[in-house]
Design a protein around this ligand. Structure first.
Ligand SMILES: *Cc1c(COP(=O)(O)O)cnc(C)c1O
Length: 461
């Protein structure tokens, strides 16, 4: 077989970029469980979701059957400003590891927000604008999602209110300023500006906040103001749908050179980049056409897949959101304060949870010092300073490549490099100073989180 020389970077032409997102739910035999109304425990209807989410996005959220959904021209035009993103052959890393494995990564950090989150931010802002709304509210943890959304809102001239987890607001002032530069208002959460924020502050004075808590505030801010809706940067089906642009581009680039991956790896926070990357490949598996190994990588300090329960749970601390069936640590779970590696959300995408439950995907949990070691090794040979989140995937890609070295197998490994780490230098500083520690929750720690999962008939776990 004649093998074409694989360039360092495989780019697509603009004309080869995806024109439709792929909805993997259409090919799933076991569909992800629907969102439930916490009061009635019945599936949330379109009408019930309307006060919270944009109309078109609700349709996408509830659509389990349409395999391909057109990407509107305006969104495709915006994508062209920073996409297609390169699929990079990690020749230098392969050489350094002395492995027969072939390693590729899809790099999503080439935009100002520094991550893949812009792929969904522009879509969500577009549908809000099209509906004639004034603005959107959201939460942000580390700040990537808030930055991405503020960029998208600036482009479409929408108001953007961001509730930023207080500890990040204080530790990442530059992230905050990027958002403000794009015109967003940024409030540290929990705050006095919402009823749920005041309640959380009264119960836990001095709390540094959590994503679940910021979500509650952002939802309240959206539903209590005329012309606003809430948008979320991960976990939801619609977000995973938008992120399939990553997987579709990856597949098109690999197909150009007749490359078939053996293993596809991604980090998993709420599951959007991983879901987006693997969806087109998972579709082939679900239709019985191909076989791949998929590996979700999560932090050992926030191990939703590997130690969580598969159950209906609240998506937020204030329990104002619908219930989602997912692998969860309980909505009250907050990772240890010395956890610096991102991916802190207590739950996981319902789609990925179902696929994992059905044995179609694997998951591993890794400790943060080993993640930063992998990040350092990668940065030194491949040049890119990776985000701590992305480095979880690097860690496992390296582990798999080293296994190939032992066995002599020439496996092809593809992983998602979701972003850059320029705003994570406090974490890198800790690592460089030798002050980074691993913290793995005990079974008792986890039990406290599980105790907060709602109990009702049909929700045994
Ligand atoms: C938000 C983020 C993640 C995790 O979110 P997912 O929804 O799991 O993809 C991973 N990497 C980076 C750089 C991020 O900003």
């Amino acid at each position: 077989m004649s093998e074409k020389t694989i360039p360092y970077k495989i780019y697509l032409e603009e004309s080869e970029m995806p024109k439709q997102w792929y909805n993997v739910r259409a090919d799933m035999k076991n569909k992800p469980a629907p969102l439930l109304n916490p009061a009635t425990l019945q599936p949330m209807t379109y009408e019930e979701l309307r006060p919270v989410f944009c109309d078109e996005l609700i349709k996408q959220e509830l659509d389990d059957t349409t395999p391909y959904i057109d990407i509107p021209q305006e969104i495709r035009d915006f994508y062209k400003m920073y996409r297609p993103s390169p699929l990079v052959r990690a020749y230098c890393l392969e050489k350094k590891l002395d492995t027969p494995a072939k390693i590729y990564y899809k790099f999503e950090g080439n935009n100002t927000s520094g991550s893949h989150k812009l792929n969904s931010a522009i879509a969500q802002a577009y549908y809000a604008k099209k509906q004639g709304l004034k603005g959107v509210t959201t939460e942000t943890g580390a700040g990537q999602w808030g930055t991405a959304l503020s960029m998208a809102c600036a482009y479409l001239e929408l108001d953007c209110k961001v509730y930023m987890v207080k500890v990040s607001y204080e530790q990442k002032p530059f992230r905050r300023e990027v958002m403000r530069t794009y015109g967003a208002s940024v409030t540290p959460s929990p705050s006095e500006t919402t009823a749920v924020g005041r309640k959380i502050l009264a119960a836990h004075p001095g709390t540094t906040g959590s994503l679940g808590c910021a979500i509650s505030e952002a939802v309240e801010a959206a539903t209590s103001q005329e012309g606003y809706r809430y948008v979320l940067g991960s976990v939801l089906n619609q977000v995973l749908l938008h992120q399939t642009v990553i997987g579709l581009e990856t597949k098109a680039a690999l197909d150009k050179y007749d490359i078939t991956p053996d293993i596809i790896i991604g980090c998993a926070g709420g599951g959007s980049n991983l879901g987006g990357l693997i969806s087109p490949f998972m579709g082939e598996v679900l239709r019985g056409e191909k076989n791949y190994r998929f590996i979700a990588v999560e932090p050992a300090s926030c191990p939703s897949f590997t130690r969580g329960k598969f159950a209906y749970d609240f998506c937020d601390t204030g329990m104002v959101c619908p219930l989602a069936k997912m692998y969860t640590l309980g909505s009250g779970f907050i990772p240890s304060a010395n956890h610096a590696g991102g991916l802190r959300y207590h739950g996981m995408s319902s789609i990925l949870s179902q696929l994992y439950h059905d044995g179609l995907m694997e998951a591993v949990a890794v400790e943060q010092t080993s993640v930063f070691q992998a990040a350092e090794q990668f940065a030194r040979v491949e040049g890119i300073l990776p985000a701590p989140e992305s480095s979880h995937a690097i860690k496992v890609a390296i582990d798999e490549a080293l296994k190939c070295k032992e066995t002599g197998e020439e496996k092809t490994i593809v992983f998602g490099l979701t972003g850059t780490g320029y705003f994570d230098m406090t974490a890198y500083q800790k690592f460089n100073d030798g002050e980074m520690r691993d913290s793995i929750p005990t079974d008792e720690d986890l039990q406290a989180g599980f105790d907060g999962i709602p109990r009702f008939q049909g929700n045994e776990f």
